[in-house]
Design a protein. Structure first.
Lengths: 224, 411
């Protein structure tokens, strides 16, 4: 298996950061070198920054500001760290958590090699995280419209949940919608992501045959 | 193509378009008819009444849509920005409008113009934006032009933080150079943000006083489940916006002329007008005030908090009662008009009752509570944390450990 290069993109509050962290952890547990990049520079809330040290202790190389490095900047736009512009020049896997929406995607224009293929044929894949309980991605036509507005991506991740009110059936219903939307635009569903207890109940594949990725919660500690 | 006909929208009468930009809107019988391929899909979000996982800012945008608001005027400021983002994503699918002005003062004045020609208008702001907005709000108060303002409080004073506080309570309830004749709802959950935003539109156009939903940065950004719905599905009737000026007929011949004033030549003229307005405000107060209370004859400590801090207080009350403490809870939902009679009733029967006032500000709620309890001698403890959040655990620790700090001696 060559280098894994993935950027987690999509609708605001869809679960991009949680999925990026967990993907990084999953790869690291296999003994792979993983760099996790915080390119959520849209707003100061709910980013990887407060988790930087904890994730580093858990074996990830984290490229992110620390909250205290930004003290004094107020709400002026958060600058890109110069190391982020060469984030993909790394011998191991690179997982990018990208700010929300079309404007978040534009940040990739500042990262060298975002749209290129490396010598071994690896290239950055954009994975769109979809929670079908989010109103703007709550039906097949709305998911399709969102993808069309956003631009080309390489695959979808069903991340349907309702916080504390999540049920296995809800996740499965999300899988049905996301899979149908993916079929209409000719994209694969890379995974259904679910918190570990739900993932255990669902098993290795969801109702639509998509692989299930268990999630551990990190972002609840990352408000600021 | 299905027709989307909006109820109560009479603005596009024979006067032509009220705004230059919207010449592309389809009209039929004076009503706006416009849809896109996604209108039905977005509309279905309200119809289905499913649980949705949302941030508070998004909830407000959907509430404005459900309340059939016509137009948002705004200027960006954290933490309210996604109200603008989501409204401007939704509005084009429903023939509604959005205008980003050059600053908050312009947004506020543009709102008044929209309301004059019969648009249901709203705005969202915070912190320094809330300060700038006070001038148009004072004008709205003087001229009784309706409008809805969403305030997502951030740290203060000045630019301070983009995060959170309850430091805009005084500004929102009593800002401006007048008497603070406003209606202000302080919400504590996403469901309340949705329902009170809808209610705020009705109150604004019913009473024609500036109406506010007072949220905060936590509620703005927090994610939790909420059920969106169409007001009609709950039997709620929306009050339509009618043009305040440029009505049919010739003024003074066919109808009374409309003369909305914010300038008066002599003191007595102003005084007469204010007396009318103050009387109107007194009349609406019992119809509008809302609160939550849990108190009994055995209650020893009454937690008093508003907004999201009231949510922590409610949790603390539960934890303390499980420990065998006799703790009650009082939460003003309208912080203006303040439910003073209800608070006094909750406290007044029991001279041994201690109050614990909790807020993310340095005594803004406290001063309101003291004013309402004038003459009573109940001790008042405080947990005042300006610009930062308050947890249920902190409230529990305060109740179980702290000695009384402050006593209300009745002024």
């Amino acid at each position: 298996m060559g280098r894994v290069l993935e950027a987690y993109v999509g609708e605001y509050a869809s679960g991009k950061s949680e999925n990026a962290i967990n993907r990084g952890r999953q790869l690291a547990r296999k003994g792979r070198r993983v760099r996790l990049v915080d390119l959520d520079l849209v707003e100061p809330f709910y980013t990887l920054r407060p988790l930087k040290r904890r994730l580093a202790r858990e074996g990830l190389e984290v490229l992110a500001w620390e909250t205290n490095e930004l003290v004094g900047l107020g709400e002026a736009a958060i600058p890109i760290k110069k190391e982020m512009t060469t984030a993909l020049a790394f011998a191991g896997d690179v997982i990018i958590d990208l700010g929300y929406g079309v404007d978040g995607r534009k940040l990739l224009n500042l990262v060298a090699g975002s749209f290129a293929t490396d010598n071994a044929g690896a290239r950055l894949r954009l994975l769109m995280v979809v929670n079908t309980t989010r109103p703007l991605t709550s039906s097949v036509p709305l998911i399709v419209a969102y993808i069309q507005e956003f631009g080309a991506v390489d695959g979808l991740i069903n991340n349907t949940h309702l916080g504390a009110e999540t049920t296995v059936e809800l996740i499965q219903e999300g899988a049905v919608l996301v899979t149908e939307a993916a079929r209409r635009v000719g994209l694969p569903v890379v995974a259904t992501a679910a918190l570990r207890p739900y993932a255990r109940q669902i098993g290795p594949y969801d109702r639509m045959g998509n692989p299930v990725r268990p999630l551990d919660r990190y972002m609840c500690d990352a408000f600021w | 193509m299905k027709e989307v006909v909006r109820k109560g929208c009479t603005v596009f009468s024979d006067h032509g378009p009220a705004f230059g930009w919207d010449g592309g809107l389809l009209r039929k019988g004076g009503r706006v008819i416009k849809e896109t391929q996604l209108t039905g899909e977005y509309g279905a979000v309200l119809e289905k009444e499913q649980r949705s996982f949302m941030t508070g800012n998004e909830v407000v945008a959907w509430a404005a849509l459900a309340a059939e608001a016509d137009f948002m005027y705004g200027y960006p400021i954290t933490p309210q920005n996604e109200i603008m983002h989501y409204w401007s994503r939704l509005a084009p699918h429903f023939g509604r409008g959005f205008l980003q002005t050059e600053d908050e003062m312009a947004a506020g004045f543009a709102m008044l113009g929209g309301a004059l020609v019969g648009k249901k208008t709203f705005c969202a702001t915070a912190g320094p934006g809330n300060i700038l907005m006070q001038e148009p709000i004072a004008m709205a108060e003087m001229m009784q032009i309706p409008g809805v303002w969403i305030i997502q409080q951030r740290g203060g004073p000045s630019t301070a933080t983009v995060i959170y506080s309850q430091q805009e309570l005084r500004l929102t309830t009593a800002g401006g150079n007048g008497e603070g004749l406003r209606i202000v709802y302080s919400t504590a959950s996403h469901q309340e943000l949705f329902e009170y935003t809808i209610k705020a539109f009705n109150r604004a156009w019913q009473y024609r006083f500036p109406t506010f939903v007072l949220g905060d940065g936590y509620q703005a950004k927090l994610r939790e489940a909420v059920t969106l719905f169409r007001p009609a599905a709950k039997g709620w009737t929306l009050i339509p916006a009618e043009p305040l000026v440029r009505g049919p007929g010739i003024p003074a011949l066919d109808r009374e002329p409309v003369h909305l004033r914010n300038t008066f030549n002599i003191e007595e003229e102003l005084y007469a007008r204010l007396e009318e307005q103050l009387a109107a405000y007194e009349r609406l107060t019992p119809e509008v005030v809302e609160w939550e209370v849990e108190v009994g004859p055995e209650t020893e400590v009454l937690l008093v908090a508003h907004g999201i801090v009231a949510r922590a207080a409610k949790q603390a009350q539960k934890m303390l009662n499980q420990q065998g403490q006799k703790v009650g809870y009082f939460r003003p939902i309208t912080v203006r008009p303040f439910p003073g009679t209800a608070l006094r009733q909750a406290v007044g029967a029991n001279p041994n009752l201690r109050l614990l006032v909790v807020e993310s500000a340095y005594g803004q709620l406290l001063s309101m509570v003291k004013a309402e309890l004038y003459g009573l001698t109940n001790p008042i403890d405080t947990l005042l944390k300006p610009g930062v959040g308050v947890t249920a655990e902190e409230i529990v620790a305060t109740v179980t450990k702290r000695a009384p700090k402050e006593v209300c001696h009745g002024g």
